[in-house]
Design a protein around this ligand. Sequence first.
Ligand code: GP9
Ligand code: MN
Length: 414
Amino acid sequence: DSSEFVEIENYLKANQKAPNEELFGAAENKNVIIVSLESLQDFVIGNTVNGQEVTPFLNDFIEESYYFENFYHQTGQGKTSDSEFLLDNSLYPLGRGSVFFTHGGNEFNGTPELLKDKGYYSAVFHANNRSFWNRDVVYPRLGYDRFFSLADYEVTPENSVGWGLKDKEFFEQSVEHMKTLPQPFYSKFITLTNHFPFELDEEDKMVDEFDSNSRTLNRYFPTVRYMDEAFKYFIEDLKAEGLYENSIIVVYGDHYGISQNHNVAMEQYLGKEVTPYQWTQLQKVPMIVHIPGEEHKGKKISKVSGQIDLKPTLLHLLGIDTKDHVQFGSDMFSEEKMDFAVLRDGSFITDKYVYADNKCYDKSTEEETNLSACEPYMEKAKQELDYSDKIVYGDLLRFYEGKNYRLEKTEDHN
Ligand code: GP9
Ligand code: MN
């Protein structure tokens, strides 16, 4: 009920972090281009297979951007849809199922909806069936104006592989649609080629497969390399269309691509045992922010963060204050931000420790340590997931005052 909501709001208010002053508003009125890279894990960044770079373009792109090297995905069974939920709401997805399916009809305060006040148009680009993950129902509720889905793309057997349209073609055709959007826009691009089981045509293979007993891990490297190349062409296209300089670009991996079933092969690749500690570290996904005019300041940020932090980070860059927002994340650029990420299974990461599988690990030794070292954070981790779940299960954003404020405004306007 609403009293429960008040308690949660108070908890969230007490945990608000002030924005980074220098970057607050650094991207005001710029277009927002979010690229969700399918199944991209951080361990491939700067890494090689048979001596060949797996992500040469991303490695370069990182040099002229902000790169968060301790950023974790926080998705559950809802995979891509969970990452989208985290991105636009700064709420956790659920412990079971896809929240897009189970609670897609809830009240939300999605980023695209909030940005309407600022005159932003919003669109999603994804060459899959509209109803996959219930997106056709949920997107309008998050405030998206337009969903460019399968029907908006020219898809043939020649330009498809695996799950559908190849990433290069996807980006190419997307830019054509993009040119028609009113500016400023908030846009999200969801790639598909680097999806399990990582199928790729011979002509698109730019690095070797890995050599292990896991066909899945072996094939992961060439498809990641292909996605990296597709992303490179996308950036070149944006430059050619004059969309690069007036847009902020946010790139991240949606969730892991290599499951625990492939631990033996992964151990062979990494050259170390995949303990619960290492498994948790494998849940890091790349997170890159490119802000025009900030290229020279590009740097690596080691603060521990996760997908829950994307919304406040982005809104602050756009010059929107979020202190009254219902959000579980905080601005990743903020000096005050705590080093903390809770994964959906209850594991968590701090600056010094990793808690996983009911064990506490010391990051400096990568070995198990006394549980008492993790104890101070265990309550907080539970609290976060629990409060967020209460909001989702109880549809509690119905009671959020900021929401009423906006509805009244819309009614006045009408
Ligand atoms: C499907 C795409 C991939 O539209 O988002 O889904 P996933 O299996 O990664 O959640
Ligand atoms: Mn995905």
